[in-house]
Design a protein around this ligand. Structure first.
Ligand code: ADP
Ligand code: MG
Ligand code: MG
Length: 195
């Protein structure tokens, strides 16, 4: 399937809403294995997305993803700002030349994360959610269970990238905050699609 502009707008609007409603949850997860700011960072990004859309309503998919990317890069900060920013910027560039299938679009975002973060699956980062979600979308099998399974699997991992990696074995048994915010992103997508 391909995303229509209206569906994609709904996707990002729902993501913004979830970030605003769950700042404390994300901060708590980050307090356990990081520096406690992931919720605050992402809420700042959410507000920046809203402000940017109010200033200029996106008219294309490429526009929508680019505006989202810039808001993330400029306002989220931390490790996650440039990561989300790169994922959305790469998706924006790809939409410019092609009408992408959803799974291919998400894979491009995932590849951007890997490149920017010099990371891959199994390192207890948001990639542990993005990659299986992309895979499922390519097979037209994206649903809530894919996200829940990815979070559960990531919980048992030892972090080898990001701040949580400083904790080594002690990072085990905790949900990675960036994986949780990515879960909100893809739960928003499922809701927007109405799947
Ligand atoms: P910071 O760690 O700088 O305070 P955040 O708390 O906003 O930034 O974001 C932390 C999240 O970023 C982690 O939970 C993880 O999912 C993600 N992350 C950190 N480093 C990497 C990396 N190298 N590759 C992919 N994701 C990463
Ligand atoms: Mg943090
Ligand atoms: Mg920080």
């Amino acid at each position: 399937m391909k995303l229509e502009l209206t569906t994609a707008k709904k996707w990002i609007a729902l993501f913004v809403e979830k970030l605003e409603n769950n700042m404390a949850v994300l901060n708590e997860l980050d307090t356990a294995i990081g520096d406690g700011d992931h919720g605050t960072n992402m809420k700042r990004g959410a507000e920046a997305i809203t402000a940017a859309f109010a200033k200029k309503e996106p008219e294309t998919l490429a526009d929508l993803y680019k505006t989202t990317a810039f808001a993330m890069i400029q306002k989220v900060g931390g490790a996650s700002g440039p990561l989300y920013g790169t994922a959305f910027l790469d998706m924006s560039k790809a939409e410019k030349s092609d009408e992408l299938e959803l799974g291919d679009l998400l894979q491009i975002g995932t590849d951007g994360l890997k490149r920017r973060g010099q990371s891959d699956v199994g390192m207890k980062t948001m990639i542990d959610v993005w990659q299986p979600v992309s895979e499922a979308a390519k097979n037209n099998q994206l649903n809530q269970k894919v996200i829940d399974d990815a979070l559960a699997k990531g919980k048992d991992l030892v972090a080898t990238k990001g701040r949580a990696s400083y904790l080594e074995e002690k990072s085990k048994g905790h949900i990675d905050p960036g994986s949780q915010s990515s879960a909100y992103l893809f739960e928003s997508l499922i809701e927007a699609i109405g799947a």
